[in-house]
Design a binder for this molecule. Structure first.
Ligand code: NDP
Length: 489
């Protein structure tokens, strides 16, 4: 009999569903089906793909309550948070659908003087079957950032959802199948890590992975065996910089939400704050006041739910312990705030920069606030991380200048996480936060390859690519290049 696994409600550990733990053979079969669907999907008109994807987006919104129920059951997040996540995912699908044709249109290029007889263009072609591997923290929004853009560019998809949220993955494929009236274009394979590993070596033409940096390294090693290209969207340790001219009330409110919502399980959530010492006391007082008013508990009534992954509790505990041991102080909460599966808000102050709460992704409702004497120090500390996913800057006048110094993929000024909801900008990180981009034009281009097409419109009297080439031709080319100082266009 085929192996199975369960997904659980992290609030009470009850089984939500039972799913096949698919073998590499099952994965190969799913990839073969998606491969069979590739010619017709990739050759369909852009308008036809757009229609299907817009219907996919509409269906998702039509059935948002049912899907949010399932997201809430499998992750433990409040229904309203699940709804917001799904609504934003539907927005991304619609954006990719509406913009793929114009953004992936053939682009004409200049042939230059030497090749003036040529028509020159670059076409963008879909890759084939794309393997998408997703995490559990935003089980709709995050994988859709790859799936929708890959499909809009003409690829077919095999999706491996997290073992914590397999039911959500299956519903996504089902919604698409209904929109497309086709069950082959978008396949789902359920299972544990082995199933994801099998997808990496299945012959897919690209892997779009979202998850931890540690797993991304394993995925990259598997992909390297067949030179399968990879997008790696990994973890973060996002800094928040609060300057002395910041709107302190707004900065405090948004930072608490960014750090604590979804139980702190947001890759681009605030994890560490560098606040100018001139306003630090008042900022800290506001943060503590706001965080004191929120609590973890049953998602039907609390501000946020449990840690979705039971093993994360020990990680959160170890970061808090280490921060206190190294000299950090508690402004709110304590180790007693951690009672599995729930973690109440914890605010730590003046935590040494070599603490795990600063160097590693905590992925819990905790926030470190450290004082800095100026913005140069804040920038240097923000950049000292091995991660480089997102960042927030709060400053009335100097936001752009500070943002431009940060080594990370995305910066929000006087707002938090806002770049994820804007479909026209790319999403991704630097350093250990990964490489490649989803969302926006760059996200569409990731799922295509460029093909250069150069066509002779007429023959030039100078034969360059011929054994009949004369010395005088060589001399002429060098002379022209010298005259034009290397330019030929
Ligand atoms: P993991 O790295 O544990 O897992 C991610 C996915 O990889 C899951 O589907 C997992 O399957 C699968 N997987 C596990 N082992 C392998 C393997 N050897 N080969 C291939 N696939 C494998 O991450 P989490 O699910 O715990 O997600 C949380 C992490 O994701 C955090 O670090 C967070 O920051 C990051 N993240 C990054 C985002 C970004 O866009 N940069 C967005 C959202 C989250 P299984 O679950 O079955 O083990």
């Amino acid at each position: 009999m085929a192996k199975t696994f369960h997904s659980y409600n992290p609030v009470n550990n009850e089984i939500v569903g039972t799913y096949p733990a698919m073998s590499s053979k099952d994965v190969a079969a799913a990839v073969a089906i998606a491969d069979r669907a590739f010619p017709s999907w990739s050759q369909a008109s852009a308008r036809a793909r757009r229609k299907v994807l817009l219907e996919f987006s509409a269906l998702m919104l039509k059935e948002i309550d049912q899907l949010a129920d399932l997201v809430s059951l499998e992750t433990g997040k409040p229904h309203s948070d699940a709804k917001l996540e799904i609504a934003l995912a539907a927005h991304h699908i619609a954006w990719a659908a509406r913009n793929a044709e114009s953004l992936l249109r053939e682009s004409r290029r200049s042939p230059g003087l030497l090749m003036a007889n040529m028509f020159v263009a670059v076409e963008r072609s879909p890759l084939g079957v794309v393997g998408v591997i997703g995490p559990w923290n935003y089980p709709v929004f995050t994988p859709i950032g790859s799936i929708a853009y890959a499909l809009a560019a003409g690829n077919t998809v095999v999706f491996k959802p997290s073992e914590y949220t397999p039911g959500v993955g299956i519903v996504l494929a089902d919604l698409f199948a209904r929109a497309a009236n086709d069950e082959e274009i978008f396949q789902v394979v359920t299972g544990l890590g082995d199933t994801g590993a099998a997808l990496c070596t299945s012959g897919v033409k690209k892997v779009a992975f979202t998850g931890s940096t540690a797993t991304a390294k394993k995925v990259a090693a598997l992909c390297a065996q067949s030179l399968t290209p990879l997008i790696a969207e990994c973890g973060g340790k996002d800094p928040v910089i609060v300057a002395s001219d910041a709107d302190i009330a707004r900065a405090a409110d948004a930072t608490v939400w960014s750090a604590m919502s979804n139980a702190g399980q947001t890759c681009i959530g605030a994890e560490r704050v560098y606040v100018d010492e001139k306003i630090a006391d008042i900022f800290i007082a506001k943060v503590v006041a706001i965080a004191s008013e929120i609590s973890a508990g049953d998602p039907s009534s609390a501000n946020y739910g449990p840690a979705t992954m039971p093993t994360q509790i020990a990680v959160i505990q170890s970061h808090v312990k280490d921060a206190i041991k190294k000299g950090g102080t508690l402004a709110l909460g304590s180790l007693k705030s951690i009672k599995a599966p729930f973690v109440q808000p914890i605010i730590l102050l003046d935590v040494p920069e070599n603490s795990r709460a600063i160097t590693d992704e905590t992925f819990g409702p905790t926030l470190v606030i450290n004082r800095v004497s100026n913005m140069n120090e804040a920038i240097a500390l923000a950049n000292a991380s091995r991660y480089g996913l997102g960042a927030s800057v709060w400053s009335r006048r100097g936001g752009r200048a500070i943002a431009s110094e940060l080594n990370c993929g995305m910066v929000a000024i006087n707002s938090t996480i806002s770049f994820a909801s804007v479909a026209s900008v790319p999403f991704g990180g630097t350093k250990d936060s990964g490489y490649g981009r989803i969302h926006g034009p760059e996200g569409l281009l990731e799922f295509t390859y460029p093909r250069s097409v150069v066509r002779a419109r007429f023959q030039m009297p100078l034969a360059i690519t011929s054994f009949n080439r004369k010395n005088s031709t060589d001399r002429l080319i060098v002379k022209v290049l010298k005259l034009m100082r290397g330019r030929l266009s």
